[in-house]
Design a protein. Structure first.
Length: 284
């Protein structure tokens, strides 16, 4: 049976633009310009994963301040490996210190940290097709007196809203079998009070919404298969400036096929092969 494995990155990019999906995920082309927001997010995830992981390992007996001290020691030698300006690195550390200070007495029971999952969303003998959705849940935990919830860590340099209809959030809730997800926002703004920029945003899902999400994923995976079969990857001009200007924009507005080919060879490098199953390697 054919098995198609997808994650939230591929799914969101496929909806944004099939052309970009092909260039980034199939041809593995990368811009040499550092993705600063992505690197800040990775550093923050490493800190929080280590801090909450230590809390879990101690069966929630270690206080957050103690775990945070070890987490800062953990990321300190890693920081020079990030392609971030010193000002950025210093701000990340300062904002994490503010986060720890804000939640240092939180009676949180950490159950799972950075938990990989593999979820079969669709299986059809008639179509000879199985669709598997994979990912990593940042944390499952519960605050004293509350139910277990999925937590997803998000860093923000400016305020933006988080919506129920988000493939990543819906996938996590479905995989964990939970109807509640909390977006754990770590604000990176320099002039905003920590109590304003660090937020816990609750999202509540119904079985109806999550079932619709499954059908939504199945549709887009089948569309992806059509693109692959025909080797046709249409541009979506409404996606060029979604979130930020697409790194392949100059390629798309080239005046000829020769110009496009030249752009790909001069403006991009071959990156690591996209493999959604890598997240499953650390599964315990």
């Amino acid at each position: 049976m054919r098995t198609v494995i997808v994650d939230s990155q591929l799914l969101s990019n496929l909806q944004r633009c099939a052309c970009r999906t092909n260039l980034y995920f199939n041809q593995d082309l990368r811009s040499p310009e550092p993705a600063l927001a992505l690197q800040r997010g990775i550093l923050i995830h490493q800190f929080l994963g280590h801090m909450y992981g230590l809390r879990k390992e101690s069966r929630n007996s270690r206080d957050i301040l103690s775990c945070a001290g070890d987490a800062f020691n953990f990321i300190k030698p890693l920081m020079p490996t990030f392609d971030l300006p010193d000002a950025d690195l210093n701000n990340v550390v300062k904002c994490l210190e503010q986060y720890v200070e804000m939640y240092k007495f939180e009676p949180i029971e950490v159950l799972f940290v950075e938990s990989p999952f593999s979820l079969v969303l669709y299986e059809s003998v008639e179509e000879d097709l199985r669709i598997v959705y994979v990912g990593v849940i940042d944390m499952i935990a519960k605050i004293m007196g509350q139910e277990e919830k999925v937590y997803d860590h998000k860093s923000q340099s400016r305020r933006s809203d988080f919506l129920l209809l988000d493939d990543q959030f819906e996938g996590y809730a479905t995989a964990a079998g939970k109807n509640m997800l909390t977006v754990n926002v770590i604000g990176l703004q320099t002039s905003v009070d920590p109590r304003e920029k660090n937020k816990r945003i609750p999202l509540s899902y119904t079985p109806f919404l999550l079932e619709r999400w499954k059908n939504h994923v199945i549709y887009w995976v089948k569309q992806y298969m059509v693109y692959t079969l025909n080797n046709e990857w249409p541009e979506n001009h409404q996606g060029c400036n979604k979130f930020n200007l697409c790194e392949f924009y100059e390629f798309c507005i080239s005046a000829s096929d020769a110009g496009r080919a030249w752009k790909l060879t001069t403006d991009f490098t071959k990156g690591e092969k996209w493999d959604p199953t890598k997240v499953l390697e650390n599964r315990s």
